[in-house]
Design a protein around this ligand. Structure first.
Ligand code: IPE
Ligand code: IPE
Ligand code: MG
Length: 246
């Protein structure tokens, strides 16, 4: 007679997004609440990015895309733009070790040629130094605009069609996808926006077609591990249907 083995059942693994995208908003409002200049809000916001990188690694989220600077943000006062570019440069220098420690590859999407040369140099250096990491990915959206990205893809597709490299009748969704800034990265599963604004602000327009949306009133500098875990837990309870009826 065989002895009955107790049936042990593993609890189901919590559902985490493969790709999390974040509209990091509210640095200015945070600073105002504290009676500080806006730049202090951006500095505190940079700390939240560091926390988000670590938390994503801990939770097993493979891709984290953060909206750090939009094409529209160039129209802000020069002093603020300069401060943001300077902060970005410092962030890249300071966080390089953090990326290595967490085995995270840095990438960037956007019209990177708009960035000051010194920022571009730092960005390229850190992207190159981390390009061998595969499991974790941090994607910085810099001088990024969803419409700009789609227009650039359309331009490239048109150029190829004109050169006879591509049949215009065969242009489909995957053709467009493969001409975006980072065609190998899966679409975001979860999009978080901090500070309560119910809008997309030109972020990843093509890629978020079926992303789950999560908006919180918490300002970005206050959005830390606990808040991120809460958002991911809510994502785990969502039922994604992708247009199906069940
Ligand atoms: C987000 O914070 C950071 C960037 C857009 C660079 P904001 O600077 O937009 O902060 P609020 O929205 O004015 O509070
Ligand atoms: C979106 O925030 C851009 C970034 C987070 C970088 P904004 O503050 O620029 O967006 P709006 O102006 O509120 O739409
Ligand atoms: Mg804002």
């Amino acid at each position: 007679m065989s002895t009955q083995e107790p049936i042990t059942q593993e609890p189901p693994a919590p559902k985490v997004p493969v790709h999390l995208a974040i509209i990091m908003d509210g640095n200015g409002r945070w600073a105002k609440q504290q009676g500080l200049p806006r730049t202090k809000g951006h500095e505190r916001g940079a700390e939240s990015v560091r926390v988000a990188i670590r938390t994503c690694r801990k939770l097993g989220i493979r891709y984290l895309t953060v909206y750090a600077f939009s094409v529209e943000n160039w129209a802000r006062p020069k002093a603020e733009v300069d401060a943001l570019m300077d902060l970005l440069k410092r962030f890249l220098r300071k966080e390089e070790q953090e990326l290595h420690d967490n085995k995270v590859r840095l990438r960037a999407i956007g019209r990177l040629s708009d960035l000051p040369k010194s920022v571009r140099r730092e960005l390229n250096r850190v992207m190159h130094a981390t390009e061998h990491y595969k499991e974790g990915n941090l994607i910085l959206a810099l001088s990024y605009g969803g419409r700009t990205e789609i227009a650039a893809a359309a331009r490239e597709i048109a150029r190829k069609a004109k050169a006879g490299e591509l049949d215009p009748d065969k242009v489909d969704e995957s053709t467009v996808s493969t001409h975006l800034y980072a065609p190998d990265i899966p679409d975001p599963d979860l999009l978080i926006r901090t500070s309560g604004e119910m809008r997309i602000s030109n972020f990843l327009l093509w890629q978020i077609s079926y992303a789950e949306l999560y908006v919180t009133d918490i300002l970005w500098p206050d959005f830390r591990e606990e808040q991120l875990i809460k958002a991911v837990e809510e994502y785990g309870r969502r039922h994604r249907r992708f247009g199906l009826s069940e």
